[in-house]
Write a protein of this length. Structure first.
Lengths: 245, 326
């Protein structure tokens, strides 16, 4: 059963075709990566999947339910979670309060239960020590971790991560890879990852979709993608050698 | 949620207010009453502007709706003020929801201008619907409030009533601030897209903040009508809306205590600076400008500055890992 499915998604901005007839399927617990050069349409695809941008054509299905025109908050309540390319946290709230906003998706939880649920997520993501810290006092990498924790607090079954390693140092990237592997194993979480860090992508992804100029030019396992001539030509480069994270 | 903070806030309002009610002269008690009424309105404005980031320049219109509601129901239909007040507040809330639904699709300057237009429209309606509102002559002889069969005889007694209403209003606001609803409002102001991405129905949150803000304004309007026992369109112009906004900014936006400080300060300031005559407005303008530039968190920001720990050295810049295709 696919938890997320996009069928024939198209989106134009005037004369520019940002997405042309894109198909994407993500099964329960599957780790999928979307790669491609800047401007390929990767973030636009995430925006369509999350309802921030309405497609001109095609369908978005969550657990088999058509959600193409559904409001963003309804998709989140239906099991979608997302982080952004540049890390978007609520600056006037503490780390704990940021995560409590996500946990508040469960309306049956009282204030104390919300706090407990948020603390449990902070523990999983290694943020307990900073629970009461102001967002502004955190490093960029920690802020991005708060954003991830907030998305996890919504209890997603599909997590969309838009360049989570951007701006992180190599140690933080290693930590992120470990956390994602751990979360996936524990929660059976399906993950859709957009990332330029190929070491991370090849280490984590089971299946890779490659976009270029809004078109899906390739799809396959990491080993297939690394040797695909179209992908090497459009994105990875002819001399690409998998170097690890 | 711990009730300590809301209860402590209410207790502090009652204690300080009660103390002042015994030491201030009659005229200053009148000003205190006006301060308390403004503070209730400004705490309401804090929901819309301070928390949810909705720039409202039409807050005085909602104060006016509450005040006119009481004035019309009591003088034309003979209702008791105690019955007229909840009716006026409920009617204002419904109107705010109806107006807010289309209005809150706008953002930033557009919303500010639209709410300004709302206030101007209210003034025009109140001035020209003479059969209902009395036009520019307003509505006089609003009955005085009675408690346990006794009329409130003077400013001091009215102040006690006002303080109780303010304490309850501040307590409710404080509880909401620390609840999931308060956090959702703050999230919407900080980053509306991220709030949507966290499962927050931002439309509902914005309309709720706007309606809540209007309810507080209507409560203030009801008290104003019962205090002055006369209402006229001049009491609810857009200039009053700007004053409410200035009270919130000077006191400290997003802060209930700041809303109260700002209201008291800007109500008393014209009296303290009476010797300046018309030049007071220059002083007022410079004061607001200075606070915006040097103390963007308002008067309450002074306290936060004093409590702030010493600045830590800046964190080292992140080291980027090699990327492909960027």
């Amino acid at each position: 059963m696919n938890v997320l499915e996009a069928r024939g998604i198209s989106k134009r901005y005037g004369g520019l075709a940002a997405l042309s007839d894109i198909d994407l399927t993500v099964a329960k617990g599957q780790f999928v990566a979307i790669i491609g050069p800047n401007g390929a349409g990767k973030s636009t695809l995430l925006n369509v999947l999350t309802g921030l941008v309405m497609p001109d054509g095609g369908q978005v299905l969550l657990d088999g339910r058509v959600m193409t025109r559904a409001a963003t908050y309804k998709r989140i309540r239906a099991g979608l979670g997302r982080t952004f390319q540049h890390g978007r946290t609520f600056a006037r709230l503490t780390v704990l309060e940021n995560v409590m906003i996500g946990a508040a998706i469960r309306r049956d939880l009282g204030e104390a239960a919300l706090r407990d649920a948020a603390m449990a997520i902070l523990e999983q993501t290694g943020l307990v020590a900073e629970a009461n810290a102001a967002i502004g006092s955190l490093s960029y990498g920690r802020r991005r971790m708060v954003e991830l924790a907030r998305a996890l607090a919504c209890g997603p079954r599909i997590l969309l991560l838009d360049e989570p390693a951007a701006g992180l140092n190599s140690g933080e990237v290693d930590q992120l890879v470990d956390r994602l592997s751990d979360l996936r194993a524990k929660r059976e979480l399906a993950v859709v990852l957009i990332e330029h860090n190929m070491g991370m992508v090849m280490r984590l992804a089971e299946r890779i979709f490659v976009l270029n100029f809004g078109c899906n030019i390739a799809e396959g396992t990491p080993s297939e993608i690394q040797t695909n001539p179209a992908v090497l030509s459009a994105y990875l480069g002819e001399g690409y050698v998998h170097a690890g994270v | 949620m711990a009730m300590r903070t809301p209860l402590a806030l209410a207790a502090a309002i009652l204690a300080v207010g009660a103390l002042l009610s015994f030491v201030l002269p009659e005229y200053h008690l009148r000003l205190m009453n006006l301060s308390v009424i403004s503070a209730i309105a400004v705490i309401g404005l804090n929901f819309a502007f301070g928390y949810a980031g909705l720039i409202s320049l039409g807050h005085a219109a909602f104060v006016g709706m509450g005040a006119y509601g009481v004035a019309i129901l009591t003088t034309r239909y003979g209702w008791s003020p105690w019955l007229a007040m909840p009716m006026a507040i409920a009617a204002t809330a419904v109107l705010a929801a109806v107006i807010g639904f289309p209005l809150l699709r706008l953002k930033g300057h557009y919303l500010a201008l639209a709410t300004l237009g709302l206030n101007v429209s209210f003034y025009i309606v109140a001035s020209n619907w003479i059969s209902l509102t009395g036009g520019t002559n307003g509505i006089a002889r609003i009955p005085e409030l009675h408690i346990a069969g006794q009329a409130l005889p003077g400013e001091r007694q009215f102040l006690w009533l006002g303080l109780v209403v303010l304490a309850v209003a501040a307590m409710v606001a404080s509880i909401l601030h620390a609840s999931r609803y308060g956090r959702a409002m703050i999230a919407v102001r900080d980053d509306e897209t991220a709030a949507r991405m966290t499962g927050v129905d931002t439309t509902v949150v914005k309309i709720s903040a706007f309606v809540l803000s209007a309810i507080y304004a209507a409560i203030a309007g009801c008290l104003f009508a019962c205090h002055t026992r006369f209402v006229a369109p001049e009491d609810f112009t857009y200039a009053h809306s700007i004053t409410y906004l200035a009270m919130l900014i000077v006191g400290g936006e997003s802060s209930i205590v700041g809303a109260i400080f700002g209201s008291v300060l800007l109500t008393f300031l014209p009296e303290w600076l009476r010797f300046l005559g018309s030049a007071y407005l220059v002083f007022f303008g410079v004061l607001v400008l200075a606070i915006l530039v040097f103390l963007p968190t308002g008067i309450v920001g002074l306290g936060r500055l004093a409590r702030r720990p010493p600045r830590r050295p800046a964190a080292p810049a992140p080291v980027r890992v090699p990327e492909v295709g960027s």
